[in-house]
Design a protein around this ligand. Sequence first.
Ligand SMILES: Nc1ncnc2c1ncn2[C@@H]1O[C@H](COP(=O)(O)OP(=O)(O)OP(=O)(O)O)[C@@H](O)[C@H]1O
Length: 230
Amino acid sequence: MLQAKMLCKRYDDKSALKDLCLSVNPGEIFCLLGQNGAGKTTTINIFLGLIAPTSGEALIDNVSVTDSKSKRSAIAYIPETVQLYSNLSGLENLDFFSKLAGFNYKKNELISFLKQANLQEESYSKKLSTYSKGMRQKVGIAVALAKNASYILMDEPTSGLDPQASVEFAKTCRELASKGVGIFMATHDIFNAVNIGSKIGIMKEGTLIHTTETKNISAQELQDLYIKTI
Ligand SMILES: Nc1ncnc2c1ncn2[C@@H]1O[C@H](COP(=O)(O)OP(=O)(O)OP(=O)(O)O)[C@@H](O)[C@H]1O
């Protein structure tokens, strides 16, 4: 489980996180909504071990991220724009980043990760410079799978995706979750949050104000709640 326990982060006189508590179980898709500056990226960066909390703890399977670098390898991060080598193909990028993470896969194994990420087969050998944003994201997901990540963190994953790519992204997330991967995404996209997530959190000024299961709420109800909250 990913767990934020009373997480606080101060930047000089600015409080970015105030006693943030949340959890993401294996197989769960947690969508964190909040305005610009609410603290979403700060939360992700603490889980990634990129910044230290001022107080409180971020735990991966009950181990604090500040105590164990090895636990951090259980996490993969997919930024809004996935950074890959444009002169290499999807398959070559996956091979390169897998090796960088210490995994040496055979071609058929690499292909199985691209398949699980729902990348079209005819794209495997094409250069990344020809890929759309959604296709780059699929390679990012394949890299996360190749790293055997138990949890995937994503920042604004649906921003800039066309409706078809959003539908494919939702399908891939559900398939990953059904295999037990825990997904935590920061987003401004209420419709996709309801459509993709199993749990939704609404954050305001560094605190989680509401959490709800998506099965209990419609997109319209969530939008109303969001507007009322922020
Ligand atoms: N390095 C930093 N130094 C000072 N203040 C920072 C720093 N990083 C973030 N902040 C502040 O912390 C607060 C939370 O920022 P954060 O980036 O986590 O918000 P966010 O919810 O991800 O916003 P967005 O939706 O715009 O990405 C903001 O007020 C921001 O200005």
